[in-house]
Ligand binder design. Structure first.
Ligand SMILES: NC(=O)c1ccc[n+]([C@@H]2O[C@H](COP(=O)([O-])OP(=O)(O)OC[C@H]3O[C@@H](n4cnc5c(N)ncnc54)[C@H](OP(=O)(O)O)[C@@H]3O)[C@@H](O)[C@H]2O)c1
Length: 340
């Protein structure tokens, strides 16, 4: 009988890690989640799967910081996973301008150390690296696997280093190591300090009178936004290939942050200009990536991947979830919005 697969996920407490864990558990994997110890337990996004799968030993949580190589090696030796998904990162572009060294340590060096450990200790393990469209930086859209990298932030630089590290271990040492070059993807589980979630979450708070304005930076920059659920499916598909490779995942359509704001406010028939201020200096960056739009034709052809969600679906999903957080249904929110 074929043994069920096992997978390690770093970053399981994050947006993508939590959706990926759910997907793998549904596919009957045994999942090992590597989480860093924090003074306040940060497992909200995975509480449901912990409750369901930990007691039947399909989900195991290990307290390991992704920069702690020897502990990761011990775990690899003990459990010999089939697949290793490296999603842990200092993932906020804006914050990376102030935390460059830590960003490179977590995002780049950890990737190198994990791959070296796989090479020495468990060479048959497949490895996935969470690469990013931020690596393209100022390169002209549409961007695909052949586009030059021109990162514009410490985050982008760190992801380029990890991208090449992954490719190096694939080419020089024959490790199954793939990069997913993912364009922005969001969901109700997106962190509160990312612009999309800030917009939907703050709007819910405006409705209940806890906030008055949403302060944003430059809203003319364009991004290619998908839904995290679609993208983790693509990640898994990359790892089921016979050959490791690099794949862009994107919707192929881009919108400005202003478009995103308009779409969210339109759901409640509100005039966004009454509630949003822009060009706030606190949110302007030393260098900005102006225009990202992905060409994911390679993934669509080889993996047969395509996204199910469009931006309207995504905005609605995120807004409904934030309204729910504050005890409102969409209809109730529309009634409150009429009085604002
Ligand atoms: N979402 C996107 O649009 C996008 C696009 C391209 C690439 N990516 C990359 O895809 C990955 C997943 O993204 P995401 O949106 O899910 O990010 P996220 O929600 O910010 O999650 C990041 C995860 O990394 C963990 N982490 C950070 N530092 C760590 C450390 N030193 N040791 C152990 N764990 C650590 C976090 O743990 P805590 O919960 O303790 O903070 C969290 O679980 C990241 O590598 C990101 O850079 C994301």
């Amino acid at each position: 009988m074929k043994k069920n697969k096992s997978a390690f996920i770093t970053g399981i407490t994050g947006q993508d890690g939590s959706y990926l864990a759910e997907l793998l558990l549904k596919k009957n994997y045994t999942v090992h989640g590597l989480i860093r110890r924090t003074s306040v337990l940060n497992i909200d996004r995975i509480q449901e799967i912990i409750d369901k799968y930990e007691k039947i030993r399909k989900l195991k949580i290990h307290y390991i910081d992704v920069t702690d190589t020897s502990s990761i090696t011990n775990l690899i030796l003990k459990y010999k996973p089939n697949e290793f998904y490296n999603l842990a990162a200092m993932s906020h572009v804006g914050i990376s301008f102030f935390t460059g060294e830590a960003t490179l340590n977590i995002n780049s060096l950890a990737c190198y150390r994990i791959l070296e450990s796989i090479m020495k200790n468990h060479k048959s393990c497949k490895f996935y690296q969470a690469s990013s469209s931020e690596m393209f930086g100022s390169s002209k859209p549409p961007q695909n696997e052949k586009t030059e990298f021109n990162p514009q932030s410490p985050y982008g630089v760190s992801k380029v280093a990890a991208f090449h590290t992954t490719k190096y271990f694939r080419q020089a040492h024959g490790i199954f190591a793939s990069n997913g070059i993912l364009f922005n993807h969001e969901s109700p589980r997106r962190g509160l300090n990312f612009v999309t979630r800030k917009i939907t979450h703050s709007l819910a708070r405006i409705l209940i009178g806890k906030e008055k304005k949403i302060e944003l930076g430059d809203i003319s920059t364009k991004r290619d936004w998908g839904h995290s659920k679609d993208y983790v499916r693509g990640i898994w598909m990359m790892m089921q290939q016979k050959k490791a490779d690099d794949f862009v995942l994107s919707t192929g359509i881009n919108y400005s942050i202003e478009d995103f704001v308009k779409k969210v406010f339109r759901i409640l028939n509100l005039d966004w200009k009454k509630f949003v201020t822009t060009n706030n200096k606190a949110y302007l960056r030393p260098s900005e990536v102006r225009n990202l739009k992905g060409d994911s034709s390679k993934a669509r052809k080889i993996l047969k991947w395509k996204p199910k969600y469009n931006l309207d679906d995504l905005c609605l999903d995120m807004l409904k979830s934030d309204l729910k957080l504050y005890g409102m249904t969409l209809d109730e929110a529309k009634k409150i919005a009429k009085k604002l």
